[in-house]
Ligand binder design. Structure first.
Ligand code: 7GP
Length: 800
């Protein structure tokens, strides 16, 4: 959008005064931020309106991405960038003596998601809009986002994230579009005399679902999609039975908290309620809109609408869509089923069995009686149809209702036309192992969609310096098409370009070093290798392997302080799930190891360890550009894809990693020698599973280095980790090291040494870094969403 600096300054000043009855001399940052956001909203509002009109008039097919989590981070700069006014606004504010980056700090991180799955959903939102694809989000507007992490005495402490306290300037509350979602009560079917079974209800609990729309603005185009988030409220006219405080409390709880504590029955029930709540509200709105604006035959809806089930949390889309079609819109069962399967598609994001959702039949029956009936009917019909064709064992293994549980992945696969994994290796594992029985029955439904990242946020916003250098070197076309970065390959031997890249990295390291000093009070050496592991804390991601290697380096230096070592700064960022005890013990150990090492004068600045608290999207934007090395060291087969690996690659960071998830595709794309690969392969891991012959205790006893390090966990060498050190020691030596940390240790040490060797040759390192950037194109989520659009959703991009 064309906007002059003069116009902007005028609009901004006026808005500041009209909104807050103040002026530039007195306004605080919160007021400045709100006024600025409000001006920006004014700029995009018309584009949003026209794009909605365009969508309604053309009636083109749209996709709806149902996700119980989104992790957008801050939106101010990304909206400005996408509207093409970042520079103008920055300069306009500068004229007033205001720093845009200071204003941006006021915005809370929108964190209504936990990690990879939620962040991917937000990358997709950005990419859908930026590629002109009509694709919208549907989720929950949690009052409290992901907890804020504090580190106190080395322990993780969780604080509530009340991100809405100062309002949210980007959202629009659409009270007119509220719908009702119902729970519990009784349902029975009565024949209407024409042979149709009509459901009748009694004593249902009604909840009002109010949508809040947030625009998803495309990058320098005219597409604005919608992320619709639902808030639960008490309906105005309430049955007397529900006019009590407990009901009010429960209703507001529904959209209060991201992932309620699921260690007790009430917490689990609440989670199931949340799942149905946003599914039902979202589908109702889609259908109202379809009937209202398009006036088309409901039986042709699959030509106009695609609904995506992001992991199994929205799996109730399948029976709810059936309910709406059959009960509310009078479509016959067979036609409705055919339509549902065409409309729905499903992505699996993990093979870890604890994440495969199942709900007790009884719970579903009581909370969602009609949905339960429909699931039973889907299961019954399918079983009757398939038994004669494929035999009892395959049918049994793939049933939706089994052992008193409703299996949500089974429901998702059966009720949709597409099931995909998120990287090649992961999709193969789904076909060959985890979901093999389904693959036998529905081979055509299985496909791969390797993840990607919204490159605009992860380089144009996070790393303006590097972006500028790339512009100078190859022009700006890469900003619209990340594949264009391949032009950088022509500069692999160009000393000037390599120097500039090195300088940019160094400056980003200085920026991070300053932040580390401010937040952690630790002074780090910017010439050191910045070696970063940032992601959720989980045993399979093996932060522990990283920590054990740090201990090795430390003991080496203690023994020989003059050792010729490239200085290292190890940086961690990780939240542990509040009830995940073992993960919290690892955080405590890392922090105590950091304390011990950072305060030991003998290692000087050759080794530092920094745990940055409250890792989130904004912190990632500071840390990732400054990384020389990114750690992607999960046990092969466990990380479905990973996406930080792609963000690092984009920022010229070299990866040290296992042959897991998307690492494999990254190593392939970057080319041999440009990253550091180690560890067991997926096949070797499965070989151990088959033979049951892994023995971690042997390694502990026979490898003196491992022995020394593990003993340090329990012999008082590392202060203040008496119970945590013991817990971790036992997990490795008594409980046989579930994630093969000790098995991969030696090869990890070897890869770390290779890495250090390459770092001593700055030119070779810079070339490898350049090759990572140059080959990152295919990891743009623009590519990923285009594949979803072409192969799964059958939606088409708007032509500008
Ligand atoms: C994550 C996977 O662990 C990660 O490998 C992947 O990159 C990401 O999804 C996006 O596909 N999974 C989750 O965040 C998650 O919550 C459980 O999975 C359902």
């Amino acid at each position: 959008m064309k906007l002059s600096k003069k116009q902007f300054k005028q609009d901004f000043e006026e808005r500041l005064t009209s909104k807050f009855a103040t002026d530039l001399t007195k306004a605080g940052y919160q007021e400045i931020y709100d006024a600025l956001a409000s001006v920006v909203k004014h700029y995009y509002a018309n584009i949003w309106v026209s794009d909605n009109q365009y969508k309604d008039e053309t009636g083109k097919k749209q996709a709806y991405y149902f996700s119980i989590e989104f992790l957008p981070g801050k939106m101010l700069k990304s909206n400005l960038l996408n509207l093409g006014m970042l520079k103008t606004v920055r300069e306009g504010l500068e004229d007033f003596g205001i720093e845009l980056d200071e204003v941006a700090k006021v915005e809370p991180d929108m964190a209504i998601g936990n990690g990879g799955l939620g962040r991917l959903a937000s990358c997709f939102m950005d990419s859908l809009a930026s590629t002109g694809l009509p694709g919208n989000g549907n989720g929950i507007r949690y009052r409290y986002g992901l907890f804020k992490q504090k580190i106190i005495d080395g322990y993780q402490v969780e604080l509530p994230d009340s991100w809405l306290n100062n309002g949210n300037p980007w959202e629009v509350r659409r009270a007119d579009k509220a719908v009702e979602v119902t729970f519990g009560g009784e349902v029975w079917l009565e024949d209407d005399g024409k042979g149709n079974l009509i459901p009748h209800y009694k004593d249902q609990e009604r909840v009002l679902a109010v949508p809040y729309d947030t625009p998803m603005i495309g990058y320098e185009n005219t597409t604005v999609n919608n992320m619709c988030l639902w808030r639960s409220e008490v309906p105005e006219e309430l049955d007397p039975k529900f006019q009590n405080l407990e009901y009010m409390r429960q209703t507001s709880m529904l959209s209060a908290e991201l992932y309620p504590d699921d260690s007790n029955y009430d917490g689990r029930l609440l989670r199931l309620k949340q799942e149905y709540f946003f599914v039902s509200a979202g589908l109702q709105r889609i259908l109202h809109h379809y009937k209202g604006t398009q006036k088309k035959d409901i039986r042709r809806i699959s030509d106009y609408i695609a609904v995506h089930i992001n992991d199994t949390h929205p799996a109730l889309c399948v029976p709810e869509f059936m309910r709406l079609l059959v009960d509310d819109y009078g479509v016959g069962w067979n036609r409705a089923w055919d339509t549902t399967v065409k409309v729905m598609s499903y992505t699996n994001h993990t093979i870890l069995s604890e994440a495969l959702e199942k709900w007790p039949e009884e719970m579903v029956k009581q909370l969602l009686p009609r949905i339960y009936q429909i699931i039973v009917e889907i299961d019954r019909r399918r079983t009757a149809e398939l038994l004669p064709k494929i035999g009892a064992s395959l049918v049994h293994n793939t049933r939706i209702i089994k052992d008193g549980q409703i299996h949500m992945a089974n429901l998702s696969i059966i009720g949709s036309h597409s099931t995909n994994g998120v990287a090649k290796l992961h999709s193969d594992l789904l076909k060959d192992v985890e979901l093999h029985d389904f693959y036998e029955i529905y081979p055509e439904r299985f496909n791969n969609k390797t993840n990607g990242i919204a490159d605009r946020r992860w380089i144009q916003i996070a790393n303006e310096r590097l972006s500028g250098i790339i512009d100078e070197t190859i022009g700006k076309s890469w900003r619209h098409d990340l594949d264009e970065l391949k032009l950088l390959k022509n500069f692999k031997d160009d000393e000037k370009t390599l120097e500039k890249l090195q300088k940019a990295k160094y400056d980003d390291k200085l920026r991070l070093a300053a932040l580390i000093k401010e937040k952690n009070g630790i002074i780090v050496n910017p010439d050191a290798i910045f070696d970063v592991q940032v992601k959720r804390l989980h045993a399979y991601k093996r932060q522990l392997l990283n920590a054990l290697h740090i201990l090795k380096l430390y003991f080496d230096l203690k023994e020989n302080p003059e050792l010729d070592r490239v200085p290292r700064v190890f940086i961690f960022g990780a939240k542990a799930a509040p009830s995940y005890h073992y993960a919290k013990s690892i955080i405590k150990c890392i922090n105590e190891i950091a304390n011990m090492i950072n305060n030991d004068q003998t290692v000087k600045d050759k080794l530092k360890v920094v745990f940055m608290e409250n890792y989130n999207v904004s912190l990632a934007e500071m840390i990732i550009p400054a990384a020389n090395v990114g750690e992607q060291i999960s046990l092969a087969s466990k990380e479905a894809s990973g996406t930080s690996n792609m963000k690092f690659m984009l920022n010229g960071t070299l990866t040290i990693g296992t042959l897991d998830g998307a690492n494999i595709e990254i190593f392939e794309a970057a080319g041999d020698g440009n990253n550091f690969v180690f560890g067991l392969t997926k096949d070797e891991v499965y070989e151990y599973y088959r033979n049951g012959n892994y023995n971690a205790r042997d390694i502990f006893e026979q490898n003196p280095v491992v022995n020394r390090i593990l003993n340090a966990l329990i012999d008082g060498t590392i202060p203040n980790i008496k119970s945590e050190g013991r817990e971790i020691f036992d997990s490795l030596t008594v409980y046989n090291d579930e994630y093969f940390v000790l098995r991969d240790f030696n090869d990890y040490v070897r890869a770390q040494a290779d890495l250090e060797k390459l770092y001593r040759d700055p030119k070779a390192w810079a070339q490898a870094s350049l090759m990572n950037i140059a080959n990152v194109g295919r990891f743009s989520s623009d590519r990923t969403v285009k594949e979803y659009a072409d192969d799964i959703w059958y939606i088409k991009a708007k032509k500008e």
